[in-house]
Design a protein around this ligand. Sequence first.
Ligand code: NDP
Length: 329
Amino acid sequence: NREIHLASRPQGWPTEDTFRLVETDVPTPGPGQIVVRNQFMSVDPYMRGRMNDVKSYVPPYALDAPLDGAAIGEVVASEAADIAVGTTVQHGLGWREYALLDATAARQVDPDVAPVSAYLSVLGMTGLTAYAGLLEVAAMKPGETVFVSAAAGAVGSLVGQIAKLKGAGRVIGSAGSPAKVERLRALGFDAAFDYHDGPVRESLRAAAPDGVDVYFDNVGGDHLEAAISAMNLHGRAAICGMISQYNATEPSPAPRNLALVIGKRLTLRGFLVNDHHDVRPAFVRDVAGWLRDGTLSYDETIVDGIENAPAAFLGLLRGDNLGKMLVKV
Ligand code: NDP
């Protein structure tokens, strides 16, 4: 059994030395436990925050112990009455080939409904974040103009498409390369720009001449500042993530125009997907339907092998991924 440990706490950008590949024995289950052979593990930006030794909404990773995160795999040994060997389950012990867990910590999923990786992307936490953030937190209404940053990423690419499917008037996305911008246009975004091409404020103003009603923030910093300037009266921003800040060693000066929220009566609302499980039934109904009729696309970037999980994580922070970053264990 190979697993990835946290070898050191990064200051600024993590490197390969942040991680250590460790070999251990394949575990055996005790009463009520199962052993899962992981097939896919999720690689997520929030994992960067857990590498810092600070109090947050999830506890920090321990040094010299395996990292964890969402994973999916097949039960290969079971001492639990209600989970048979061969069952596909989702659970929270990624970053290792074999996971030992209490059966109660595993959720059975049906591998015939969708490819199993989809439970970690479009049908999982990623999809729910996009759906709940856009429709509940920002309360997007038909006809509105929506701007989303990190738009070619896992959450962002779904936000833009769901906005169109729910009747947005105009959807704009920003991303970090010409290939990603092209992908956004193919996904049905009305406008897209590469944020390296100039100040975000100018690119956004050109893409949204009539302003923005809803901003779905994945990036923070200059992107948030540009969105505040572009937002219309009573605009709403769902503050989902601020990936531009995760490796920063100094606080960002942006947004420098926060006072505009007063005159424009803006709402900036932070959220965590975990508080929005109440919308799961509507999410599953809508997203499953859109996947079935082909109106919703989802990209996955799949890196092969647990030994390459650190590289996948570093790549995610640099923007190597199109859609959801996953490791095939
Ligand atoms: P993504 O698939 O979007 O991957 C991250 C992307 O961020 C990269 O591909 C990169 O794309 C972009 N990026 C990295 N650095 C910068 C930068 N300095 N400026 C602009 N873009 C940058 O990840 P997810 O979809 O999983 O997550 C998106 C956001 O949502 C993150 O901020 C994450 O923390 C947050 N999140 C929040 C949740 C919540 O409950 N609030 C739940 C899930 C995610 P590019 O090439 O375009 O730069």
